[in-house]
Design a protein around this ligand. Structure first.
Ligand SMILES: Nc1ncnc2c1ncn2[C@@H]1O[C@H](COP(=O)(O)OP(=O)(O)OP(=O)(O)O)[C@@H](O)[C@H]1O
Ligand SMILES: [Mg+2]
Length: 114
C-alpha cells in the first residue's frame, strides 16, 4: 500500500479529480490548501513600491491511499490533470503505507484501502 501526496496548482484541482475518477479512483482522504515552495525558492514582488520576497506559493495538497496495482494509475491521473509543462505544476510524493483499517468492518490492509 502507498500513500500518494501531491501538491498541485489550485486551479487544476477539478481536472485532477476528474482524471482520478476516470481511472476509478474515487477515494481522496484529504484536500487542503498548502503554502510552500519548490526549487525556485519563491519570487520577488513589488508591493506598494517596495520589493518583497515572497517565499511561499499557494498549492492544493491531496492525499490518496492506494493498493500497489493502482499506484501508476493514480500518479498518471494526477499528472494528466495537473500538467501544463510550466514550472510550478507541482510535485508528487509516494510513501510506503504500513496499514489501513476500515473502522466499520475491522478489515485491514488492501481490502480496507479498497
Ligand atoms: N522537496 C520538497 N519537499 C517538500 N515539498 C516540496 C518539495 N518540492 C516542492 N514541494 C512542494 O510542492 C509544491 C510545488 O512545487 P513546484 O511544482 O514548484 O516544484 P519544483 O521542484 O520547484 O518544480 P518546478 O521546477 O516544476 O517548479 C511546492 O509549493 C511545495 O509545497
Ligand atoms: Mg517550482
Amino acid at each position: 500500500m502507498k500513500l500518494v501526496i501531491a501538491y498541485i496548482q489550485p486551479e487544476k484541482l477539478a481536472d485532477v479529480k476528474q482524471a482520478l475518477f476516470d481511472v476509478d479512483i474515487t477515494k481522496i482522504s484529504l484536500i487542503t490548501n498548502a503554502l510552500g515552495c519548490g526549487s525556485q525558492k519563491g519570487f520577488v514582488e513589488e508591493y506598494r513600491g517596495v520589493s518583497v520576497e515572497v517565499n511561499l506559493r499557494m498549492k492544493v495538497r491531496l492525499e490518496i491511499a492506494v493498493n500497489e496495482d493502482y499506484l501508476e494509475k493514480c500518479v498518471g491521473a494526477i499528472i494528466k490533470g495537473a500538467h501544463t509543462g510550466s514550472p510550478h505544476d507541482g510535485k508528487i510524493f509516494v510513501v510506503e503505507l504500513a496499514e489501513c483499517i476500515r473502522i466499520s468492518s475491522g478489515e485491514r490492509g488492501r481490502l480496507a484501502v479498497g
